[in-house]
Design a protein. Structure first.
Ligand code: PMV
Length: 323
């Protein structure tokens, strides 16, 4: 019997990935750029046990079955194959942020699982190998392995598509103020959504320009140029949602209050507040701002009708083992 426990943060993508070039290997259609979210985390314990006849998955104290369990077993099979191990495992995981809060829990979940699972299986993987492994569970999980601001490379080969840190968490005091407008579980998650990306006539154009946007975003981030950063982050989010909305069947994740927040942010920025918005596969809005403006931004967001609550997160560290 061997066990390990790990912790990882979710992340918010400034340059998004949407669509896979290889669905089984979860090779992303384009490279992406993100920030880990400190304070929000998944903590996961994995125990391999020769006495067990099947894998067990307990999430936030609830026994999981169906699709959630199937996805976990598929991932553990990859770990077992790497470690030449046959034992089944018990996986117990906790998120400290509410489910359906508009934060992709799959990123922190599979990053923590990759680290705890590989360690418990007797593997000693470096950051690159962990990032490659986490990607197999969820593309964005690859970005939750390294610290701070992270770039995820798209590539044709499995061994070339992984994430690296481009700047540590203390590089820039950005805050993600997450304006929660709905706590409902989304109907089409990202795994199903990626499959639809190529049905949109805009996906080719979005992917073709992604490297250039990533370059601009990276430069703005490294130079701490908020105005340039804000423009490219909002453009990239809009392009992804244009693809989603024009897929067949269409994916429309926004609620009226989503658009209301986006318009408020544009107005506030034109008045001098350093804030911009980005939206994932859900209706909640991630408002990225400079730390000194974050109390003002969060207070203003709470006053917008339809905003249920606002969560805030600073740039976060890497996935880590817990003793
Ligand atoms: O990692 P996945 O399969 O949950 O996909 C993430 C997709 C987005 O969150 C919408 C964009 C991104 O790059 O994080």
């Amino acid at each position: 019997m061997s066990e390990a426990t790990a912790r990882a943060h979710p992340n918010i993508a400034f340059i998004k990935y949407w669509g896979n070039s290889n669905q089984d290997l979860r090779l992303p259609a384009n490279s992406s750029l993100s920030m880990n979210l400190a304070g929000l985390q998944s903590e996961t314990k994995v125990r391999f046990d020769s006495e067990l006849s099947e894998d067990q998955f307990i999430l936030n104290d609830q026994n999981q079955s169906g699709e959630a369990l199937k996805r976990l077993v598929t991932f553990l099979d990859i770990v077992r194959a790497k470690a030449s191990l046959d034992d089944r495992a018990t996986v117990a995981s906790h998120n400290n942020f509410p489910a359906g809060a508009g934060i992709a829990s799959s990123a922190s979940a599979f990053a923590a699982l990759a680290l705890a699972g590989s360690k418990a299986a007797g593997l000693d993987l470096d950051e690159k190998a962990l990032s490659l492994l986490a990607r197999r569970g969820s593309g964005s999980a690859s970005r939750s392995i390294p610290p701070g601001f992270v770039e995820f490379h798209a590539a044709e080969k499995d061994e070339d598509s992984f994430s690296i840190s481009i700047a540590p968490p203390d590089h820039w005091a950005l805050i993600d103020c997450i304006a929660v407008v709905s706590e409902e579980h989304k109907k089409t998650g990202s795994t199903g959504g990626h499959l639809l990306a190529d049905t949109s006539p805009f996906q080719i154009t979005r992917v073709a320009g992604a490297d250039e946007r990533l370059k601009q975003c990276k430069q703005a981030l490294l130079e701490r140029d908020f105005e340039a950063f804000a423009e490219v982050v909002e453009l990239d989010s809009n392009l992804m949602h244009a693809v989603m909305m024009s897929s067949q069947p269409p994916l429309l994740y926004w609620q009226p209050s989503t658009l209301d927040i986006v318009q408020h942010i544009r107005q506030w920025r034109s008045e001098g507040l350093a804030a911009c918005s980005t939206i994932d596969a859900g209706p909640n809005v991630h408002v990225i701002c400079i730390e000194e403006d974050s109390t003002e931004v969060a207070t203003r967001l709470e006053e917008i009708p339809g905003v249920i609550n606002v969560l805030t997160a600073k740039p976060g560290g890497p996935a880590e083992l817990i003793n």
